[in-house]
Design a binder for this molecule. Sequence first.
Ligand code: FHN
Length: 462
Amino acid sequence: MRSLVALIVAAGGGDALASDTAPGQEIRQETPGARDARMKWWRDARFGIFIHWGLYSIPAGTWDGRTYGGAAEWLLDSAKVDPMRWERELVPKFNPTRFDPQAWARIFEDSGAGYIVLTSKHHDGFCLWPTELHDYDSMKAPSKRDLIGELAAAVAKTRVHMGLYHSFMDWHHPDYIPRRAWDPRPPTQTSLEPFVGHVHAQLRDLLTRYPQVDVLWFDGEWEPTWTADMGRRTERLVRGLKPSLVINNRVGPGREGMQGFTKGEAFGDYHTPEQEVPANGLPGVDWESCMTMNGSWGYHASDHNWKSARQLIRTLCETASKGGNFLLNVGPTADGEIPPESVERLAAIGRWMRVNGDAIRGTQASPFPEAPPWGRVTSRTVPGADGRPELELNLIVFDWPADGRLCLPAAMGAVRSARLLAGGASLAFGSDDQGRFVTVPAQAPDADASVVRVVTVAGSPG
Ligand code: FHN
């Protein structure tokens, strides 16, 4: 049976659809099987890379000689810059001569990431592709480049999926309301509808030019002018244009932790906790934690507060152990380079993933209610030799037992086999009055996180 999303396409895309069900409802009626098939590659990936790049990468946190803390991509707001001055002073300087899309694609693929999400347009409205709708873009800047197109083409030659971030909030566009308080331009509109039409034209343009885009990551949905109806219409439009798209929940207003969070009004395909991993994950829904490597999404020349590779590897394990994805951010410089600190960390994650990626990709959350004291657990149900399902558990050990005894969670079922994921060496296992255990070598295979692969008897842990 064709999924309902496919029917939306048959009806000529979101806009043309005449339906007596609420747009959100018709999208939500996609059959569970069709949804699982659509989401499978994204769920299996578990790890993506966020890329915040634009005009804000030029001042990199400093304006009129003053350096502002926080996120560099918010500098127009932090320094209360007239949006027209922002354009006048920065567009002539935007020329990322060192941007090498093939090198970026290699860095992302080698990191073990399954997808990337590049800002097509952030809150300052500057577009990284040759939009026909105005001149405020990377083709009309000195760069004269279709930056999205170049990166999408390079990524298409790898196993990494392409995604785009698009902000509804737009400090520059004349039809956007509310204006920034210091913006001298009088509002041109009393309704956001003309701007919604502009955003829809941008999204049609993006999905037509770059058909390989598989993820749309919306943002800037929190201002009161962006309504639930606008969110539903936008979701319906893009699903009509590409039914296989994976879309985040910020297409509509009211996500968790933001004003106006409306329980039950679900938008998009997955939740988007930010700069945190929810204590218990978000059971029953798809979710992705997005995080910076330092304190800024956009490149901030003065922010040297880098998380260590160990912290990032363990956060990846943390999100996977709770059934979520990890979207880790890089903020390239104005001349098109990924900061060396970011490259080093992505390379370290890639080295770890080449040995241990099977404990992350394609896994489910830990079946245990609590994380073990020594680390985290991911799981996968696999067919056993006798055809009955077995539970494959990845014991991701942060704190390697000095005595060689890895104590297993009490709820774990009887062990069938145990081995090191790195190198595959079989391990002895047993149980005594202290509980079940695996005997491990004195030296951990990996100082950051080592994986012991245990297969237990069929079904859930005993
Ligand atoms: O305001 C943006 C911010 O600049 C950044 O893009 C993050 C990434 O998730 N989203 C918004 C803040 O929630």
